[in-house]
Design a protein around this ligand. Structure first.
Ligand SMILES: Nc1ncnc2c1ncn2[C@@H]1O[C@H](COP(=O)(O)OP(=O)(O)OP(=O)(O)O)[C@@H](O)[C@H]1O
Ligand SMILES: [Mg+2]
Length: 481
């Protein structure tokens, strides 16, 4: 019941109109009665005085009974509602025109009579001798010998509004007019409310559609103004924007969730392989205890150790990547010399390069400007690139790390004369766990980490490669101001 705003408004309006209508009717009836009494009393104000002048009922200080009866009869013929009473100066009823037995009072109050004679504003009501509970309009005049002629003007008395209405055609007409006016206003107001709440209903149903679509389909609210509208227009516009935003975020969340699941699947798969070999070699050692020669034993242990090392490295790199992804460790940017950093890292790998028979060299121009970034992370990225280059370059090859200033940026290139990466594999080398070569020495995470680090610095990592010619990785950072 009353689920819509419109229904609620309509009910409130209906109640309001009923109350107003009731008050109006009651007020009309009351004023009509008072008005009739006022007019009646005004018209007959001088009735008592005229009677007394033309047919004096007191003669020489005594009641003239025959005159009194004449007056009574004449008045009865004109208007049976009019009653005449003869009062002494204290208000006691001395004689009356009503049939005997109908008069219930001996006295009437003199105060209203004094007010009437004093010329106060009409209507003034005095005691009705026939009914102790009622008051009626009257006319009165003081008599020469003391006392008053007291004329009750009567008039209709109604017990209820319905009775009063039934008695008057004009009142009926005016009641019909009033009810029609109220009805008309009510219908007009309901139509108006209906039109005004229609847009709210449209908005509500749009919202419901959005909910039913499981927040997946953004909603267009039909016909609303996009600028300069009222509250409903603003609500509609905000809701449209909100539904679009929610949908985007839901999609994003789904995407992230998918990636995460994929990642977990990959991680468990890639960790399982070295773990299985490790387990295999250890099992063999245990099983063939005493049957293996010292050299064989040593060989198995060495392989197991290598797998364990690889496993450890994978876990460490995964952890590193997770940290970079989750922004737990914010980058600590400072101004530093990329030239010096490149030189240091090259120095660090010199021994390994020599062992592999690869020439490793830094080519750094003089007087290079500083860049802004996190040194530790940048070192990590460089290490990954140089390590890859050395690993994939055969003996007598070259690995060159160059740093040059170009177009307001500092560009770092790590190029080698190694095996290169086939074109079809190039797009995937930055993926986690992806390894282009079959060797399976690393974890396949180094380039993902380097790329992520550069992303955090607002830079990108580019790779160019030709099979059996060589590979070049490059990135550039903005020069520090
Ligand atoms: N300089 C390069 N020359 C040829 N191939 C490369 C070079 N650098 C990377 N690759 C290829 O890209 C793959 C991904 O490199 P990445 O550094 O991400 O992993 P990884 O070196 O195998 O393992 P990790 O760095 O985690 O120890 C490598 O497996 C390799 O096949
Ligand atoms: Mg690597």
């Amino acid at each position: 019941m009353l689920k819509t705003l419109y229904a609620k408004l309509a009910v409130v309006l209906l109640a309001l109109f009923c109350v107003i209508g009731g008050i109006y009717v009651a007020l009309t009836m009351l004023t009509t009665r008072l008005y009739l009494e006022e007019v009646n009393q005004k018209l007959n104000r001088t009735l008592a005085a005229n009677l007394e002048r033309q047919k004096p009922v007191m003669k020489n200080g005594r009641i003239d009974r025959s005159m009194l009866n004449q007056v009574f009869d004449a008045l009865m013929a004109v208007n049976p509602d009019i009653e005449i009473y003869l009062l002494d100066p204290a208000g006691r009823i001395l004689a009356f025109s009503a049939p005997p037995g109908r008069v219930k009072r001996d006295f009437v109050s003199l105060a209203p009579i004094q007010r009437f004679l004093g010329g106060e504003r009409l209507p003034i009501k005095g005691d009705d001798p026939r009914d102790p509970a009622r008051q009626k309009i009257f006319s009165a005049v003081p008599l020469a010998g003391g006392g008053f002629l007291y004329v009750i003007l009567g008039g209709e008395d109604y017990d209820s509004v319905v009775q009063q209405l039934r008695a008057s055609y004009i009142l009926q007409l005016s009641a019909v007019a009033a009810v029609s006016a109220v009805l008309f206003a009510l219908i007009a107001a309901l139509l108006l409310f209906n039109a005004m709440t229609r847009r709210l209903r449209v908005l509500a149903s749009s919202m419901e559609t959005f909910k039913q679509s499981d927040f997946a389909v953004p909603v267009r609210v039909p016909d609303h103004r996009t600028s300069g509208g009222d509250e409903v227009d603003r609500l509609a516009a905000t809701f449209e924007e909100m539904s679009g935003r929610i949908m985007l975020q839901m999609n994003e969340l789904r995407q992230i969730d998918l990636l995460r699941r994929e990642l977990i699947a990959n991680v468990s798969h890639d960790l399982r392989t070295p773990l299985a070999s490790l387990q295999g070699y250890l099992d063999t050692l245990l099983l063939k205890e005493g049957q293996l020669s010292a050299d064989e034993q040593r060989h198995f242990i060495e392989i197991a150790s290598k797998h364990s090392e690889r496993l450890g490295r994978m876990v460490e790199e995964l952890f590193e990547l997770a940290k970079l992804d989750s922004h737990v460790t914010p980058i600590r940017a400072e101004n530093f010399s990329m030239a010096e950093l490149a030189q240091d890292v090259v120095m660090k790998f010199q021994l390994r390069a020599e062992k592999a028979g690869v020439m490793l060299k830094a080519e750094i121009g003089p007087g290079l400007p500083l860049v802004s970034g996190d040194i530790a992370l940048m070192e990590r990225a460089l290490e990954n690139l140089i390590e890859n280059a050395i690993r994939h370059t055969p003996a007598r090859g070259r690995v060159i790390v160059s740093v040059v200033a170009e177009e307001g940026r500092l560009t770092v290139r790590v190029s080698d004369t190694g095996c290169g990466i086939p074109e079809e594999k190039l797009p995937f080398i930055f993926d986690r766990f992806y390894q282009a070569s079959e060797s399976r020495e690393g974890a396949g995470l180094g380039l993902s980490i380097a790329k992520r680090i550069l992303e955090l610095h607002g830079a990108s990592l580019d790779a160019q490669s030709r099979v059996n010619v060589g590979t070049t990785f490059a990135f550039s950072l903005p020069i520090a101001s």
